[in-house]
Design a protein around this ligand. Structure first.
Ligand code: IMP
Ligand code: MG
Length: 177
């Protein structure tokens, strides 16, 4: 399927502008000595733009990555979260901002937040680029949300379908029957 067949939900320009204002929101509400825990793979594009937007407003975040998975290769969540690649840095005593691509059932972020809290972080907040309301299986809210979206499967800007489409500079909707 050609990428041109994926309808745009948010353009690259809209995303850039939103991430800029999200960084300002974060800067007002979070300790300046924050550590970003970016959940791979979906959040790597968002994280890259967000940390540069945070730089623009004068923040100097530390950054680390962790790979956890709940989805298999398809569109349905398996429900089981496992750590595929753990953090390298200690989070003990740090003000952590977990960054993820999308909040859907909430299982991934609940798992990640519990882990960070158990490891002794001083505080733990959550930023997601996208949120799908009405899909939560666990009471989880993000502190910072880029866009709230309808219940559609989206790809691009780091988000995948079977590990494809992450390179799209925009967020589009994928209709697979
Ligand atoms: P949750 O644990 O159900 O909240 O799922 C979060 C993870 O599922 C995200 O980090 C994504 O990797 C994946 N996911 C959920 N919805 C979508 C979607 O619409 N497109 C691509 N990935 C999605
Ligand atoms: Mg994914």
């Amino acid at each position: 399927m050609s990428h041109n067949e994926i309808p745009v939900l948010f353009s690259a320009e809209e995303i850039k502008e939103r991430i800029g204002s999200l960084a300002c929101e974060i800067g007002l509400k979070i300790a300046p000595d924050l550590m970003i825990v970016s959940l791979l793979k979906g959040s790597f594009v968002f994280t890259a733009d967000l940390i540069r937007a945070l730089h623009t407003i004068g923040l100097r975040p530390q950054v680390d990555f962790m790979t956890v998975s709940s989805y298999g290769t398809g569109k349905e969540s398996s429900g089981n979260i496992t750590i595929n690649r753990d953090l390298v840095e200690e989070v003990k005593g740090k003000h952590v901002l977990i960054v993820d691509d999308i909040l859907e059932s909430g299982r991934t972020l609940q798992f990640a937040r519990n882990l960070i809290t158990e490891r002794g972080a001083a505080s733990c907040k959550i930023a997601v680029l996208l949120e799908k309301p009405g899909k939560r299986t666990t009471p989880m809210t993000a502190d910072f949300v880029g866009f709230t979206i309808p219940d559609k499967f989206v790809v691009g800007f780091g988000l995948d379908y079977a590990n494809y489409y992450r390179e799209l500079p925009y967020i589009g909707t994928l209709d697979i029957h």
